[in-house]
Design a protein around this ligand. Structure first.
Ligand code: HEM
Length: 407
């Protein structure tokens, strides 16, 4: 996790498709092969995409049973044709441009409120002090979680990468399962509240969609609760990690950071290059439902595939000098950080806006920040979610450029 890119380069050159007995997965690392896995939904099913790698221990199961948690499928692990029908409604409810526009001021307000919390201190951990909570709060705002419930809801969103994509100890697994159980109970309450009274939030919009003519069979209450669960998991750690990866890349390449601080119009492409260069989702799973051939390797039906999007994003046949971080790279947006094809991340427009606003506000108020020297970066051990646990930065408060930040 500390630096998987050198290893993936060797894989792309010498064994672009290979089987890992330890994981029990076929590893696919080239851009064109990863794209094929995503595009061919008849052969590569999404069914296993969020099934925990490690089977649940009895104590973890007990936590989920206690909470009467009955997670069903939701878009991310469904296949056509039901996926296609449901996705259309979820997309309309979630990422209508007016919804993104409506949440923009809230994101900026949150970013500035969190910066206020540390700007006079002269140092911060950009994960704990900034990037960890805001994406969760944005997700709550979109789902319509009332302000008075946010503190409670916040407690449930633990680090779930380890739960789904790693091999946690039984103790960690049980603790994470307990948090999920509590969040399930909360999501159920919220959905039931919205079934009685709708507002203009995402969950209300989905309910309206479900109740419109011809859609009665498309959803049920359990589907809505599962959707609310997955929404937080899909939108939280992914965006936190992407922001932290991005700030690390920018500050390690200080000429790029200085250029961005001098010219905020570089921000949108910088976000794409961050997602390409150091994506927060680096691998995604598929189940092979009929024999497949990738390159000259046959993968039998019933196998599991790990499509290494992080490697595809560094494939030199698509991205020249891939190890170079360049916020003006012309084709940066071709990355697979959000997947590709039918399941392409539905939250991408929201994630992009969040990251853009974070960079705009951090570069405006803290252009003089730098990485604390000699820090080591630690990562949660898992196959798919990548971002540093901490990102320590410092600056001279006397040089804060916004007057209100030093008076
Ligand atoms: C930088 C942040 C994010 C990254 C890197 C990311 C990445 C991904 C990836 C790799 C997939 C699977 C795509 C596939 O199977 O082809 C996905 C799916 C999804 N993401 Fe995101 N995501 C991010 C943020 C978000 C946010 C903020 C939300 C919610 C607003 C969200 C909601 C979803 C949903 C609903 C799906 C399932 C789409 C489907 O299966 O049809 N994501 N995301």
């Amino acid at each position: 996790m500390a630096d998987p890119y050198a290893f993936w380069r060797i894989a792309r050159e010498q064994a672009p498709v290979f089987h890992s007995p330890r994981l029990g997965y076929w590893i696919v690392s080239r851009f064109s092969d990863v794209r094929e896995v995503f595009q061919d939904t008849d052969t590569f099913s999404a069914s296993i995409s969020i099934t925990p790698l490690k089977e649940l221990c009895p104590a973890a199961v007990e936590e989920l049973v206690k909470a009467e948690m009955a997670m069903g499928p939701s878009l991310v692990n469904e296949d056509p044709p039901v996926h296609t029908k449901r996705r259309q409604h979820v997309r309309n409810a979630l990422v209508a441009p007016r919804r993104i526009e409506a949440v923009r001021p809230r994101i900026r307000e949150l970013a500035n409120r969190y910066i206020d919390g540390f700007i006079r201190r002269g140092h911060a951990d950009l994960v704990a002090d900034f990037a960890w909570e805001i994406p969760a709060l944005v997700a709550f705002a979109v789902m319509g979680v009332p302000d008075e419930d946010v503190e409670r809801a916040k407690e449930f969103s633990g680090r779930l990468a380890l739960f789904t994509w790693g091999y946690p100890s039984d103790q960690d697994q049980t603790q994470l399962a307990a948090g999920m159980g509590q969040y399930w109970t909360y999501a159920k309450e919220h959905v039931q509240r919205r079934l009685t009274e709708q507002t203009d939030d995402y969950i209300s919009e989905l309910i309206r969609s479900w109740r419109s003519d011809g859609n009665e069979e498309l959803f049920d209450e359990n589907y809505l609760i599962t959707t609310m669960m997955n929404f937080l998991f899909a939108g939280h750690e992914t965006t936190t990690n992407a922001t932290a990866n991005g700030m690390r890349a920018l500050l390690e390449n200080s000429a790029q950071w200085d250029a961005l601080c001098a010219d905020p119009s570089l921000v949108p492409n910088a976000v794409e290059e961050i997602l390409r260069y150091s994506s927060s989702v680096i691998a995604w799973r598929r189940e092979v439902v009929k024999d497949a051939v990738i390159g000259d390797i046959t993968i039998p039906a019933g196998s599991k595939v790990l499509a290494v999007t992080g490697s595809a994003n560094h494939d030199e046949s698509v991205f020249p000098l891939p190890e170079r971080f360049d916020i003006t790279r012309r084709n940066a947006r071709k990355h697979f950080a959000f997947g590709n094809g039918r399941h392409l991340c539905l939250g991408a427009p929201l994630a992009r806006v969040e990251m853009q606003i974070f960079l705009e506000e951090l570069s405006r108020r803290l252009p003089h920040m730098r990485l604390v020297e000699d820090q080591t970066f630690s990562y949660s051990p898992n196959t798919s979610f990548r971002g540093p646990d901490h990102l320590l930065v410092e600056w001279d408060v006397r040089n804060n450029p916004v007057e209100a930040d030093w008076t």
